[in-house]
Ligand binder design. Structure first.
Ligand code: NAD
Length: 386
């Protein structure tokens, strides 16, 4: 066996309704009381935060809510949040929301230590020094950010840049499926597909894939595939919601250790240039990237194994099962109701070359792809997905 190491968040709490007693869960584990809770304005207005805030205050926490997070958070927004948190004297940071809020919270916890500028952190292992204690509470079942060492930031007008560092693993994450009951079908679908892509890309990641990430990816894929359409059709189905939240977290643990690849590399420019939701961007390019990868034996074998997990009755050689896997994913995406062609989302054919050039900048991700990606291949994938 290849040597490997595996990292994750040290303390996970999975509890329906757990957010209503957030204060009681956090108080015994953290000495700090001045808390900055980072979220977005919609979630703050929605009332979802009322009970968690009440519980924190009842447990003696002094809380400043900063609800300035925007989807795909831009660098300047994160820096401004960090200044407000610093002026307040925050000793503890809570990320409450989707990946955008949780990613912002990670970086604010580092920026509060005051040792490094955000602009110095991009890339892998660039963060120096300590951060403030950090708790994550996801309200989407998608990014797995609550258990990853990754934060994604929009830099400039169009580029999504990654910061990867073990400092970004939270100290604790609380998964309360009741927080996800109000997610509209389109966000449920997009975020669920994002999680599914994490599982698939972790399972085929060519450098750091390992037995633990494989096990997590398989279980995540099974949970998400079995419950995604159910949750899109009936958002109040708490069992389906909980299975998705768990699946997204397991997929997050998988890809935090066996990083994602070309699906994400080709999805990022769609988010950066056209501001499509992250999960939707993944869904749009997923089948065509998989079809491209499936031409090399390592990917064919891996997709065939994933196919057997989803469709145990499947027969045939690895190539046939890999093809059936891709067909099954396409059907799943269609069943969630997401418009699934690039042209459905305001992207013109003339935009495709720029997207391909942008995707090639994602070298951190492309290095993990089971088949080498070229700009010509990326363009062909966008054309087929158009
Ligand atoms: P998001 O955080 O951008 O939120 C999307 C929308 O959903 C927002 O309008 C938000 O208000 C709404 N929303 C969130 N929870 C809700 C709820 N319970 N009910 C109703 N509406 C709700 O979406 P996301 O997909 O979770 O996160 C995307 C971001 O995460 C992107 O920036 C992406 O690049 C990043 N990301 C990070 C990682 C990581 O490991 N750190 C992994 C994948 C993606």
């Amino acid at each position: 066996m290849q040597p490997f190491s595996f990292h994750t968040v040290p303390h996970l709490i999975i509890e329906r309704g757990g957010a209503t007693r957030l204060g009681a869960l956090v108080a015994p584990r953290f000495g700090a009381r001045k808390t900055c809770l980072i979220t977005d304005a919609f979630l703050y207005r929605s009332g979802l935060l009322s009970a968690p805030l009440e519980s924190l205050r009842a447990s003696g926490f002094e809380v400043l809510v900063i609800d300035d997070v925007q989807p795909d958070p831009p660098d300047h927004v994160i820096e401004a949040i960090a200044v407000r948190a610093w002026e307040f004297g925050a000793e503890l940071v809570i990320g409450f929301g989707g990946g955008s809020s949780m990613d912002a919270a990670k970086l604010v916890a580092v920026l509060l230590a005051g040792t490094q500028a955000l602009s110095d952190m991009y890339g892998v292992d660039k963060i120096r020094g300590a951060r403030r204690p950090l708790i994550q509470v996801p309200t989407t079942a998608g990014t797995g950010s609550e258990v990853t060492a990754v934060a994604i930031v929009t830099t400039g007008d169009t580029t999504k840049s990654g910061i990867v560092s073990s400092s970004l693993y939270a100290d604790m994450a609380l998964l309360d499926a009741e927080l996800t009951l109000g997610l509209p079908p389109a966000i449920t679908a997009a975020t669920g597909i994002d999680a599914m892509v994490h599982a698939i890309e972790a399972y085929t990641s060519c450098r750091l894939k390992n037995p633990i990430s494989d096990m997590l990816a398989l279980q995540a894929l099974a949970l998400i595939a079995a419950h995604l359409v159910r949750a899109c059709e009936d958002g109040t189905d708490l069992d389906a919601r909980e299975a998705l939240l768990l699946g997204a977290m397991l997929a997050g643990q998988a890809f935090a250790n066996a990083p994602v690849a070309a699906v994400h590399a080709l999805a990022y420019p769609l988010g950066g240039r056209f501001h499509l939701p992250h999960g939707l961007s993944n869904a749009l390019v997923l089948p065509e990237v998989l079809r491209f990868n499936a031409q090399v034996p390592a990917a064919t074998e891996a997709y065939a194994e994933l196919a057997t997990r989803l469709l145990p009755e499947l027969t045939g050689d690895a190539k046939a099962r890999a093809t059936a896997f891709i067909r099954q994913l396409k059907a799943l995406i269609a069943a969630t109701g997401l418009p699934h062609r690039l042209r459905d989302h305001g992207i013109a054919q003339k935009d495709l070359s720029q997207l391909a050039a942008d995707a090639m900048q994602q070298t951190r991700l492309l290095a993990n792809n089971p088949r080498e990606m070229t700009e010509a291949a990326a363009l062909d994938i966008y054309r087929r997905a158009w």
